[in-house]
Design a protein around this ligand. Structure first.
Ligand code: NAI
Ligand code: MG
Length: 354
């Protein structure tokens, strides 16, 4: 039987509650479709940081390297600054393993009410491709004359031709498998070096994809279009910062952040990719057993798709849609009173049935 070796980092807060449900559903899919996952847990988190002063051990990346994929919950704990948890764990993994694509599907399900009243299930379905390795999120820069009137702060943005082209290539290829429409986020009117470069790369690559319809918007009006015309989009590609903003706005437009998944992909498959829900550790509801596990479960489906278990991935996504549509079990964030585990069990059962 095909066996996948998966590194599990449940992390903090509700990460520890939703990850077991993700595992439950992926295991149910394995049983149904004939593969097995061997899960190996790593207790790397802010709690570990508070004990040891490190989010992960010095050889953490080497430990993760041999796995087929990484299944992550969420990290973040009040008392540990967010930049410590981010730069101590997530960003090193994304960079060292060249997970240069952050892919986030956005889909309005039956049984979920969009905060935008006029939209119904089936009318909003697009994918956001965020550059995940360079761009605005660089650690090049510094402070001079700290605390004085002359204090000077510089933060560099880094765009490389290779880095821009590879994420654009991924987005064009993805558009080809969908409705053949790709939108690029820019701001070349205000950011006059990097963004015109991004636009040039985009238009130059578009020549290789005459079958893909392309358009581009400045990020400010693009956010407005996400709210006013979410049906306009098929695949949207953006730099690290713009993609980050769009990929929280997209899920917000289709209901709860609790159902949104994401994949940090190394499309070249030289290194493991990492799959995690969009949400964080939600300290406000942690420990209550009411977190929505669907974002984690859907991330599990994205992981199986990456591991070429297409049928299993489809089955999980259909099961999520069926459970949401039936409205029988749902967590408080989407208007129900079921617990985290009830949802995981219901979806696992549904996956076994298809
Ligand atoms: P958050 O996503 O943890 O929570 C935002 C709001 O959404 C909260 O009211 C929370 O209760 C609710 N929520 C989130 N996920 C939910 C779920 N599955 N079911 C039901 N409700 C859910 O974002 P916040 O509060 O800004 O950050 C909390 C901590 O998480 C911080 O330390 C932050 O740095 C970290 N974080 C970590 C991320 C990661 O590990 N990739 C991503 C985002 C935040
Ligand atoms: Mg974000």
């Amino acid at each position: 039987m095909k066996t996948f070796h998966i590194a599990v980092i449940a992390g903090d807060g509700i990460g520890k509650e939703v990850v077991p449900e993700g595992i439950r559903v992926v295991d149910a899919a394995g049983k149904r479709f004939g593969f097995r996952c061997e899960w190996r847990e790593f207790d790397w988190s802010c709690e570990t940081y508070e004990r040891t002063g490190k989010m992960m051990p010095d050889d953490g990346l080497q430990q993760l390297r041999p796995f087929d994929a990484i299944f992550l919950g969420a990290v973040g704990h009040p008392g540990v600054p967010d930049h410590v948890s981010l730069w101590g764990l997530l960003i090193p993994i994304r960079r060292a393993f060249r997970q240069y694509v952050n892919l986030r599907p956005v889909r309005l399900f039956e049984g979920i009410e969009s905060p935008l009243k006029r939209w119904q299930a089936g009318q909003i379905e697009f994918a956001i491709v965020r550059e995940n390795n360079e761009g605005e999120y660089s650690n090049i820069g510094g402070r001079l004359y700290e605390g004085t009137d002359e204090e000077t702060v510089v933060q560099q943005t880094v765009f490389t031709r290779r880095g821009v082209n590879r994420v654009l290539r991924f987005a064009f290829e993805l558009a080809r498998t969908r409705n053949k429409h790709l939108t690029s986020a820019t701001k070349s009117n205000g950011i006059i070096h990097t963004m015109p470069f991004w636009d040039e790369c985009f238009h130059s690559m578009a020549k290789d994809y005459p079958d893909v319809r392309v358009d581009q918007y400045h990020i400010d009006i693009l956010t407005a279009h996400f709210v006013r015309h979410p049906d306009w989009f098929d695949v949207v590609v953006g730099s690290n910062l713009f993609g980050d903003i769009l990929s929280d706005l997209g899920p917000a437009v289709v209901g709860s952040i609790g159902i949104a998944p994401s994949a940090n992909l190394n499309p070249d498959r030289q290194f493991p990719s990492m799959f995690e829900p969009v949400h964080g550790s939600a300290p406000d509801i942690a420990g209550k057993g009411i977190a929505n596990p669907i974002g984690q479960i859907w991330s599990g489906a994205m992981m199986l798709r990456h591991l070429n278990q297409t049928e299993a991935a489809d089955a999980i996504e259909s099961a999520i849609a069926a459970i949401l549509a039936s409205c029988k079990v749902r967590t408080p964030d989407i208007g129900g009173n079921s617990g985290t585990r009830d949802i995981g069990e219901a979806i696992a059962l549904q996956v076994g049935r298809v």
